[in-house]
Design a protein around this ligand. Structure first.
Ligand code: FAD
Length: 412
């Protein structure tokens, strides 16, 4: 097998950030990235594409253009990880040997788990901001809908960017309100969970948005099937009495925005690296694998309890890099991740509730309250999302510039 000092699986937000950061600290380091995709997407921008604010092209660049110079790029999928032999197998059968491995393969969108969905996505009013090619269809539907029923769904947790299902809805409602058609529309939010957001501090602002647009919120309704031709969605709701059978309710629609169920990539469990739920079994502060000290991980694949966001990756990347380098010199793992994640909740076109929080729901705002109150919608947070964050993503995170993401020190 080919041997590299560091092998990184995945060239998304986490993989590219770690490679760039390692090279900043150790120019010339022998790093390989395994990544099959030819395009790299700024996924947080897809909410804005669905809301007609960004063009799709603004959210995507050729993968080669974000690959840090000097990295060996294997354009292939990793199909197996042998943690005992320190080897990764690629789709073409070749193997790579590593001294240190970083796993950043994201999560899997399980479109197939909803009966009939894949056949009708992109047609019959069925859309999703969770795919590059479908987010523009969301905007097209929003612009053409003048009356009828608009349904927005949210699957069980965990999902990436837990606020994205309702962000799509608020931006749509904002447009309908401006066009004076909102009163002709019945808008409903079908949430498989039982709360608007997992961190209570942000819930009042969201409830105000829901009330302001007149949205009908239905908790504990999980989308299980879609019939595109008849424009009917089927939801499972828990039994009314304990021990009873779950019920199925049907709902017709003119527009349906679906967020698919999400799961850990099978590769993690297959390779014996998963926790009980199938996610990569990392120590929550050091991001080192629980049973293989030469393996680190970050991003959506991680089993840590933070919000699965690119914002989390921004804080995780320097922690992974500092601790990985420490293991190479026999030093202590001094960099600590406190679970930071962020979800800019687009409650309207022009204002955002900038949710920023860490492990256990601890609020971790970047700005003092007098600059930006993260629990209220603000124009500053909108400017950040519309202008600041894309810049930070492409030019700081993916380039290994970390002055906005210094890791906390751990007591060791
Ligand atoms: P990804 O960026 O998804 O990258 C994973 C990479 O691994 C991919 O390139 C894939 O091709 C590759 N890969 C997969 N399997 C293999 C394999 N076996 N071998 C090799 N390579 C493989 N985050 C925010 O911070 N703020 C937001 O507002 C926000 N909004 C979002 C809205 C939407 C609609 C979506 C979809 C996401 C949003 N996110 C947001 C979440 C954010 O995009 C992710 O959390 C982030 O991209 C995670 O980075 P990652 O590196 O873990 O995974």
């Amino acid at each position: 097998p080919n041997a590299h000092k560091v092998v990184i699986i995945g060239g998304g937000a986490g993989g590219i950030a770690v490679a760039a950061s390692l090279l900043k600290r150790q120019p010339g380091m022998d790093i390989a990235i395994v990544e099959p995709a030819e395009q790299h997407s700024y996924q947080p921008g897809w909410t804005m594409v669905g809301g007609g604010i960004f063009t799709p092209e603004f959210t995507r660049k050729p993968m080669h253009s974000v690959m840090p110079k000097g990295v060996h790029w294997y354009r292939d999928t990793a199909t197996d990880i042998d943690a005992e032999a320190h080897e990764v197998t690629l789709g073409n059968g070749h193997r790579l040997r590593y001294e240190r491995l970083v796993i950043a393969i994201g999560l899997e969108l399980d479109w197939g788990a909803i009966d009939g969905l894949e056949e009708t996505l992109g047609e019959n009013g069925v859309t999703s901001n969770y795919r590059y090619d479908l987010a523009p269809y969301t905007w097209q539907l929003v612009q053409t809908l003048k009356g009828g029923k608009a349904l927005f769904t949210q699957p069980p947790m965990p999902i990436k960017c837990a606020g994205a299902p309702q962000k799509a809805m608020y931006l749509a409602c904002d447009h309908w309100q401006r066009e004076n058609v909102l009163s002709q529309l019945e808008v409903s939010f079908h949430n498989a969970g039982g709360v608007m957001f997992g961190v209570p501090a942000y819930v009042p602002a969201l409830e105000e948005a829901v009330a302001g647009y007149g949205i009908d919120v239905r908790f504990h309704q999980r989308l299980v099937a879609v019939d595109g031709e008849t424009q009917t969605a089927r939801f499972e709701v828990p039994a009314a009495e304990e021990g009873g059978e779950p019920q199925i309710v049907e709902q017709s629609f003119d527009m349906l925005h679906v967020v698919p169920p999400q799961k850990a990539p099978a590769l993690i469990a297959q390779s014996g690296l998963a926790n009980a739920a199938g996610w990569l079994d990392l120590e929550s502060e050091t991001l080192q694998h629980m049973s293989h000290p030469d393996i680190f991980g970050l991003g959506d694949v991680s089993g840590t309890s933070n919000a699965k966001t690119a914002a989390a990756v921004r804080k995780q990347s320097p922690v992974v890099v500092e601790n990985l380098l420490a293991t190479l010199t026999g030093g202590a793992l001094t960099a600590g991740y406190r679970g930071y994640g962020s979800c800019p909740l687009t409650v309207e076109n022009g204002r955002i509730v900038l949710a920023e929080f860490g492990y256990g729901g601890e609020l971790q705002p970047t700005f003092p309250k007098w600059v930006n109150d993260g629990t209220r919608p603000t124009r500053l947070a909108w400017q950040l999302k519309a202008r600041g964050l894309p810049f930070i993503y492409w030019n700081l995170l993916l380039k290994g510039h970390e002055w906005l993401a210094r890791p906390a020190s751990r007591d060791v």
